[in-house]
Design a binder for this molecule. Structure first.
Ligand SMILES: Cc1ncc(COP(=O)(O)O)c(C=O)c1O
Length: 353
């Protein structure tokens, strides 16, 4: 199977993944302790992000709930502000509320990026924290650097902590072209995913100052995330840590080329135009269910997976899917993606391709 969607094939090929992990260890590698893979990964990411400490979590969902809980308890405030399409709200069953009793203050328009003006309005009731998702996954874009600096200053002036949902920090960095620690310095807590662009198996890391990480470790234990023997997850994340940042500009260039071909063709629309990062969305003038069915047919007949999920659109009869260019999508030429979209739309409209 070929896929436009998963960052890299390795996660679905255990043997390849294990061979790469094996190359990083020898007979003396300990499973835990200060020289074990988890501690090594935590130190490497803390250094990269310019933070005092970093802490492994089994998932980003748990890492971010923990960060918000720590900020809320420390400030005695129960709300946090974020874009209406924040992953925390849309895809995590509102765990921040169900588990921690926190309330989300939605800042801005669901179909546009959050602006400084939106945020200034939202922090009228001072929140415990403000969350930025870079890029805003369900829209595909991210704020310009100066805008981001202005927004984080507004949050800090309101006494709120700044938190980065950096599930795709490497993608965002390919746009800002600033050192990772300069980007991370805008945020009190930074979460990065170990299995998206880093192409590990699963897991997350939360980086911050030492005092915050100490409290986060207590919450990780309470939430059931203080798992021992997490070394295979850490090792899998270490495989690409050194090479990823160098590869990202090529992913971004390819995303720009694919999106340009889609928009020049005109049957569908790629957004943002041009993509700022390797992540963008393809908007289709077709019914979501018909598109899902057509995608299943293409997968069955041609072995090509176009997406993880088709998203509904605000306008009836339209839908969209996300593309993240990683190793997988590099295999598709822009013309091939355009041809696949034509095939998809023809099938969705009930015409055989
Ligand atoms: C933007 C964003 N934040 C957070 C998460 C949650 O990460 P995890 O799957 O490790 O819980 C994801 C996962 O897809 C994500 O895309």
């Amino acid at each position: 199977m070929r896929s436009l969607f998963l960052h890299a094939p390795n996660r679905r090929r255990p043997r390849v993944m294990l061979e790469r992990m094996l190359a990083l260890v020898d007979d003396d590698t300990p499973p835990d302790g200060p020289e074990g893979p988890v501690a090594v990964l935590e130190r490497r990411l803390a250094d990269l992000l310019g933070k005092e400490r970093a802490l492994f979590f089994p998932s980003g969902t748990m890492a971010q709930q923990t960060a918000l809980r720590v900020h809320a308890d420390r400030r005695g405030r129960r709300t946090f502000a974020a874009h209406p399409q924040t992953h925390l709200d849309v895809w995590e069953e509102q765990g921040y509320n169900a588990v921690h009793g926190l309330t989300l203050r939605r800042a801005g328009d669901p179909y546009e990026l959050m602006t400084a003006k939106d945020l200034a309005a939202a922090v009228g009731e001072p929140p415990a924290a403000v969350v930025w998702e870079l890029p805003q996954r369900d829209l595909g874009g991210l704020p310009e650097w100066d805008d981001l600096c202005e927004q984080t200053a507004i949050a800090r002036a309101a006494g709120a902590a700044t938190h980065l949902d950096g599930a795709r920090l490497w993608e965002a960095q390919s746009y800002y072209r600033r050192p990772f620690d300069e980007i991370a310095a805008l945020f009190d807590t930074v979460y990065v995913s170990l299995y998206k662009s880093l192409q590990g198996v699963r897991g997350a890391v939360l980086a911050s100052d030492a005092a915050t990480v100490d409290v986060a470790a207590v919450w990780r234990q309470r939430l059931g995330g203080g798992i021992g023997d997490a070394w295979p997850l850490a090792l899998a994340a270490l495989v690409h840590l050194d090479t990823l940042a160098d590869r990202m500009p090529a992913y971004r260039e390819h995303a720009i080329a694919v999106a340009a071909a889609i928009n020049a063709d005109g049957a569908a629309r790629a957004h943002p135009d041009p993509p700022q990062t390797p992540l963008f969305h393809v908007h289709l003038p077709a019914d979501r269910r018909a598109v899902e069915q057509a995608g299943q047919e293409i997968l069955a007949e041609h072995g090509v997976q176009l997406w993880g999920r088709v998203r509904p659109a605000s306008e009836p009869g339209r839908c969209a899917f996300e593309v993240t260019v990683g190793e997988n999508a590099m295999e598709f030429t822009p013309d091939e993606v355009v041809a696949l979209i034509h095939d998809l739309l023809a099938r969705a409209a009930g015409r055989r391709p």
